[in-house]
Design a protein around this ligand. Structure first.
Ligand code: DC
Length: 237
């Protein structure tokens, strides 16, 4: 029984390397990787395209709700690029949603309960057969409170800003280090203080601060945790 597929929830602050880590874990276990932040980013792009943001403040809820009704979100694996891509109303928006403009608006959209209800429903459906590594902010607390492994990843804000800045530059996107750091701090503040599903560590999650860790060290840490959880499950079986 011990090798039944499980759900791995990976939550944490913005830009602490969750998606890189989650992808590696998923590849090692032969699981699928689901990036829930991409879903909130795609809804944000839809709201921006519809002209719902006049400045960086939250757009009117009623207009967001009418946007959600006809909206279609799909995740599809692209075998050529070896990645999962997100489609918004049939358009591939994987690259568009990563820019600073979407990052500057996404926390407002992610604070809206109507948006969260819809996203959580979709995420639970994607995890129904287990065998997934899902990263986000509320996976261990709200989406899958019974996940067999819950990791809460964090790193210092300077380290996170440096990583995010390099990522943007490598992708050829315009970026300024202090803007990136301010955006991260602001997103953490909004994500942690919102009323609905705020970013917080689940009581039974395990904290990992990766500020000073390489990816290989993080994988070694994960393998040990995975073995412990698996052997605990075998003893119970
Ligand atoms: O992980 P990310 O930076 O792509 O996430 C984008 C935003 O979406 C982030 O500011 C917080 C929000 N988010 C959320 O509220 N809940 C999730 N499960 C995932 C992301």
């Amino acid at each position: 029984m011990g090798q039944e597929k499980i759900i791995i929830a990976l939550d944490g602050n913005s830009s602490c390397g969750k998606s890189t880590y989650a992808k590696l874990i998923a590849a090692e276990l032969g699981y699928s990787y689901i990036d829930t932040g991409a879903m909130y980013r795609a809804v944000t792009l839809a709201a921006m395209d519809a002209g719902l943001f006049t400045d960086t403040d939250a757009p009117p809820y009623s207009r967001i709700e009418s946007l959600l009704g006809p909206m279609e979100l799909n995740l599809k694996h692209n075998p050529d690029k070896q990645r999962t891509e997100i489609f918004l109303n049939g358009r591939m928006v994987e690259d568009l949603i990563r820019g600073m403009d979407v990052s500057a608006h996404v926390s407002y959209i992610a604070a809206i309960s109507a948006v969260r209800r819809l996203m959580v429903e979709y995420q639970r459906m994607l995890g129904i057969e287990k065998g997934v590594v899902m990263d986000g902010r509320d996976i261990g607390t709200v989406v899958f409170p019974d996940a067999a492994i819950k990791i809460f990843l964090t790193a210092s804000v300077e380290v996170r800003a440096g990583r995010r800045y390099r990522e943007l530059i490598e992708k050829g996107m315009a970026a300024n280090f202090s803007d990136v750091q301010q955006n991260l701090e602001k997103r953490d503040r909004i994500d942690s203080n919102r009323a609905d599903s705020p970013l917080k560590m689940a009581d039974d999650a395990i904290l990992l601060d990766n500020s000073e860790m390489t990816l290989e060290e993080q994988m070694t840490w994960f393998r040990k945790l995975y073995q412990e959880v698996r052997s605990g499950a075998d003893e119970k079986d």
